[in-house]
Design a protein around this ligand. Structure first.
Ligand code: NIG
Ligand code: FE
Length: 422
């Protein structure tokens, strides 16, 4: 008999992708499923996982947590969010409901730059005080790892301020944050007539300072006809890479402009959005092994028709990740359960495919596939227990929060009683 620190018992069904690399094709759907399961945890890691009787035959622990027959999955990995902001944009939502488009609102001085006003006016302490409750909500929705972009500072000092806020939150909160520098999110208002000067500033000063600070793992750019063109995007991302940062890119979101091909050329860790990606773009991403990060709630929220051709991407050999794109403008939700249902309904992804995309593939896109994204021996014990009757209910049942228990690195960090009312 071996000693564990914790046994998670009475799991109705355990469902998980397997492996340390991104899954595509048939492997995207091929999740391991165990009814009546248990997990043994030693320190921060999973020591055993399988049918409860088998786990109990080998492992004992002073502490047991009863999953009450729930569905146990790896904690969600939300691989695309913009969580550092002060002030919301419900007025723009109302404008879109009334018929205005995202780009019209942005060109009229709203959009990203309205969040920039809020971030510039806020202190580091104020931004941290806004971010921490958002992390509580991520956890309550079963998300244990979150990619966090800056991008509402758009000045040397304000962008670094946002990165420091992310670093501070990372120390204080159980949710693991992966910081991405998105100084190239938009052009600050005072640079709109001299865009190349802001690109030079990013290239010469901001990117080197960010790399020097050690506060970001990735850099990102909004490659789109009304913001950064291909040439500017290439120059900035190459610079980021030279300085030791990984590359993530917003591409082909509102128009098709060859952004996916650029992400492939640069060997980006992820190409995100892709609603308007061309067949050539899909081929290029597949050839380069770039992970597409799809955000299915964004077109809904923006009221645009075009959705990412997820099925074509999967047929083309891509290994998609799913994300919320949580931000105050184009998608004000933190709910991965909602994302999964929407991916099923709009993309035609099976429950197993959505689970792999929202956990293992997302973890791999963040360089964490060795440690996160699946419930296997040796991986970190990041587990979400949901009040659902099995894997199929992960997409089928929606509109409430079924998350009941969350473990991060073997620690129970969220515990809510089963309930009839969500
Ligand atoms: O991912 N595409 C660019 N950035 C965000 C929008 C952010 C905002 O409107 O504040 C996005 O959709
Ligand atoms: Fe985004």
């Amino acid at each position: 008999m071996q000693s564990a620190d914790l046994l998670i018992t009475n799991i109705g069904e355990l469902a998980t992708p397997e492996g340390r690399t991104a899954r595509s094709g048939a492997a995207l759907a091929a999740t391991k499923r165990v009814k009546g399961a248990a997990i043994a945890v030693v320190g921060e890691r999973i020591a055993a996982v399988g049918p409860e009787a088998e786990v109990r035959a080998e492992w004992q622990a002073a502490r047991e947590v009863d999953a009450e027959g729930g569905l146990a999955i790896p904690g969600f990995v939300d691989s695309h969010t913009h969580p550092v902001f002060d002030g919301t944009r419900e007025d723009e939502f109302e404008m879109r409901v009334a018929g205005k488009t995202y780009v019209e609102i942005s060109q009229a001085g709203g959009g990203i730059v309205s969040s920039v006003r809020g971030v510039r006016a806020a202190s580091e302490e104020q931004l941290l005080a806004k971010l921490l409750p958002r992390l509580d909500r991520f956890l309550a929705l079963g998300t244990t790892t979150v990619e966090a972009k800056t991008g509402y500072g758009l000045s040397h000092e304000d962008e670094l301020k946002c990165l420091r806020v992310i670093a501070a939150a990372n120390k204080l909160h159980a949710v693991e944050l992966v910081p991405t520098f998105l100084g190239a999110h938009d052009f600050p208002l005072d640079f709109r007539e001299r865009k190349s000067e802001y690109v030079d500033l990013l290239y010469e000063e901001m990117l080197p300072a960010v790399a020097e600070s050690g506060l970001a793992e990735y850099c990102d750019v909004f490659t789109e006809s009304h913001v950064y063109n291909l040439e500017q995007s290439r120059r900035l991302m190459q610079r980021g890479r030279e300085l030791g940062l990984g590359i993530r890119m917003h591409v082909d979101q509102l128009t098709s402009g060859g952004g996916a091909q650029l992400a492939a050329e640069l060997g980006a860790a992820s190409a995100d959005h892709l609603e308007c990606v061309s067949p050539e773009g899909i081929e290029a991403l597949a050839a380069a092994g770039v992970i597409p990060v799809l955000c299915p709630l964004v077109p809904l929220f923006l009221r645009v028709e075009q959705e990412a051709p997820a099925r074509r991407m999967i047929q083309g050999g891509l290994a998609p990740a799913l994300a919320t794109d949580f931000n105050p403008g184009s998608c004000y939700t933190q709910s991965m359960p909602e994302v999964l249902t929407w991916a099923a309904l709009r993309y035609g992804m099976s429950a197993g495919e959505t689970l792999t995309a929202a956990t293992l593939n997302a973890a791999v896109s963040l360089g964490r596939g060795e440690r996160l994204g699946s419930l296997e021996v040796g991986k970190q014990a990041d587990v979400a227990v949901l009040q659902l009757d099995g894997l199929a209910f992960l997409t089928y049942e929606f509109g409430w929060n079924p998350v009941r228990k969350v473990f991060k690195a073997g620690r129970l960090v969220l515990d809510r009683a089963r309930t009839a009312i969500g």
